[in-house]
Design a protein around this ligand. Structure first.
Ligand code: CS2
Length: 491
């Protein structure tokens, strides 16, 4: 079968495939956006929005996608001229060829080219999906100057290896060249993502060049964003499906649900891709949407993932077939999550939550719980712990949320006992800690609360929280020994 590439687009169009018209006849818009972290989520989400914008409004807004280290995406997409197939899998299915990426670079190998792209006058935007750990923040949400990679980048003896280090270098070049800084959009599941990113860059710059940091304080725009679309990892079944649908060989297609949402703080410069026309919402209240999404989607996702993995369940769809677990999560949402925040006026929290639980029931999306369980040390402080901290401050219940945290801890213990890999940047420190557990709830929860890269001191010193954690721990402990647990205690 022929490979997917520019030359094949006319033929695909003749076959009725939905193709990027703006890429026909060898045309490729100029690069206006650099994206760091070209994983599946970016390709299903921001690259799709830019594709829709180019398709309807045109413009020179193609994307240079940059991986910090891994060459996999470049190896797959470069021979395909950046093109790939996107399958929207739902009650209705849709297939498209996305053409918004025109170039894929690997920073570790092509550093000068990446910096040149970031510093080019025509580049106006940077988008980021580097996951929570990519920002190198501490539990206060500030740049962690004890992080080894940040220390290395500050020394400046070799090319930067962090996104913050690399962006600061590019911004410095732009300042020297008399250009505007970039408009940088964090698209990760982090509270106040734009504000934190902006502060991290400015603090990093301040340690290197005071004037640069002052200039950035005046001119750098980092809008906050909320991103949403469930995008499981690509598997062979998808590759097979796409070759049947497109009749070409696509090395790395992407699948996602049809639901997609991008809420962007309305501080974008006037000259920007037609993201709004493509369906993005511009608003001054991103925080309300962000809270709603992190608390009503990501928090239940992680809760279901840790408890589900402990129960030996594989996917989100499967976990949603367990009435006891669903009842537990619904109770957690009603009693502890919805009361914890003020939702934006456009949004009815209960309805939004019900719609999310329905999305979890999409039978076409095989979303592995093990994938959601990755990087718990980075995810919990964004999606679960702030709710607990606020509930404790306001004397609201934390009983069910404590089950989510205890399940995460037992998930780590289970991986340790079974000598399985733990995908988490703090894996070895976490394994070290759990190696001292002895099944006594008071003793073991004290170990959990000593993870000071995860829990703030307010949380680790809170007796009520410790009490509920011990309670949850005792209930769930049998699961790591493959014994049944007392479900009634959860609901
Ligand atoms: C998930 C998210 O893997 C995870 O941690 O909770 O990736 C989730 O699917 C997205 O945020 C949905 O927009």
């Amino acid at each position: 079968m022929n490979p997917l590439c520019n030359d094949k687009l006319s033929e695909l169009k003749d076959n009725g495939v939905d193709i990027p018209n703006y890429r026909l006849h060898g045309n490729t818009p100029k690069v206006g956006i650099v994206h760091i972290g070209p994983g599946a989520f970016f390709r299903g989400h921001q690259a799709w929005y830019t594709h829709q914008a180019l398709q309807s409004q045109g413009g020179d807004w193609s994307i240079c996608a940059v991986s910090m280290r891994s060459a996999g995406v470049s190896e797959a997409l470069t021979p395909q001229d950046g093109l790939y197939g996107l399958a929207q899998l739902d009650s209705n299915t849709a297939y498209q060829v996305i053409g918004s990426i025109s170039e894929v670079l690997v920073a570790q190998q092509q550093f000068e080219e990446v910096i040149a792209r970031l510093a080019a006058p025509h580049t106006k935007f940077v988008t980021l999906t580097i996951t929570e750990k990519g920002y190198c923040l501490n539990t206060d949400g500030k740049l962690d100057f004890t992080n080894k990679e940040i220390i290395q980048d500050l020394k400046g003896e070799s090319q930067p290896i962090t996104a913050v280090g690399m962006l600061t270098m590019a911004l410095s070049k732009r300042k020297l060249a008399g250009l505007q800084p970039l408009c940088i959009l964090s698209c990760d599941n982090i509270t106040d993502n734009g504000k934190k990113l902006r502060a991290a860059i400015i603090e990093f710059a301040a340690k290197k060049d005071e004037e640069l940091s002052l200039w950035l304080q005046q001119h750098l725009i980092c809008p906050c964003t909320m991103v949403d679309s469930i995008t499981p990892a690509t598997d062979d079944a998808l590759r097979e499906l796409m070759s049947k649908e497109l009749l070409v060989n696509d090395k790395w297609p992407i699948k996602r649900e049809s639901f997609v949402q991008w809420v962007i703080e309305d501080t974008l410069p006037d000259d920007c891709p037609a993201w709004e026309a493509a369906g993005a919402t511009l608003t001054s209240d991103v925080r309300g949407f962000e809270n709603a999404k992190l608390r009503l989607l990501n928090c239940p996702h992680s809760t279901l993932a840790y408890i589900g993995v402990l129960l030996g369940i594989e996917t989100v769809f499967d976990v949603m077939q367990q009435p006891g677990l669903v009842a537990f999560v619904e109770k957690m949402i009603d009693e502890e999550v919805i009361p914890s925040f003020v939702s934006p006026k456009e949004l009815d929290a209960k309805q939004y939550s019900n719609d999310i639980l329905d999305r979890f029931r999409n039978p076409e999306i095989r979303h592995l719980l093990a994938q959601i369980a990755w990087d718990g040390s980075q995810k919990l402080p964004m999606r679960i712990l702030p709710i607990i901290e606020e509930n404790l401050q306001h004397n609201r219940s934390v009983a069910s949320l404590s089950f989510a945290v205890a399940a995460w801890f037992l998930f780590i213990r289970k991986r340790f006992i079974e000598k399985d890999e733990l995908v988490d940047p703090l894996a070895s420190a976490l394994f070290d800690k759990v190696s001292a557990c002895n099944d006594d709830a008071e003793h073991d929860i004290a170990i959990l609360l000593s993870f000071d890269d995860v829990f703030t001191s307010q949380l680790s010193n809170n007796e009520k929280f410790a009490y509920y954690l011990q309670n949850a721990y005792k209930t769930l402990l049998p699961l790591i020994k493959n014994e049944p647990c007392d479900w009634q205690a959860l609901v």
